[in-house]
Design a protein around this ligand. Sequence first.
Ligand code: SF4
Length: 179
Amino acid sequence: MNTLLHVCCAPCSIMCVESLRLEGVEPSGLFDNPNIHPFTEYRARRDALIDYARGAGMELEVAGEYGLRRFVEAVSADLRFGNRCRTCYALRAEAAAAFAAANGFSSFTTTLLISPYQNHELLRQEMEQAAGRHAVEFLYRDFRPLFREGQRRAREMGLYMQKYCGCVFSEEERYNKVK
Ligand code: SF4
């Protein structure tokens, strides 16, 4: 099967790639994550992924544009930012589905499905809707049982490990906790 794997970061990729390969699917990666702030954090995650993909022998496409303005414009349409995660999933789902359709992939999936910290069902809905718009299959997999093992392996490999989800709001939530 010719499957595009939307990738959020290197640590989350490890077990997704391994699991897909075990079922005979050879994924090609796409890094398109305008939600990651600030730019230096985006660059750290992107560069760690490039190194990981090279080592794992996975093809990888990196979006040419960072996309900060695209992200801010989309989430600020809701002035209280209450739906920001839905908007964030929708942006990345749209990018992945459009890329898959334009490049002849029969299906796509995402490493976001491995994280127990994401809203899994909302993510699935947005991915399926984007798949429908672009007439490409969304390959749903619940990778969450593999999350801890992936984190352990990432630490063992010395990969860059992020401390927050990605956007500046999640950075505030991570560090602005009452002690
Ligand atoms: S918390 Fe994570 S999923 Fe939600 S908007 Fe921020 S980066 Fe996107």
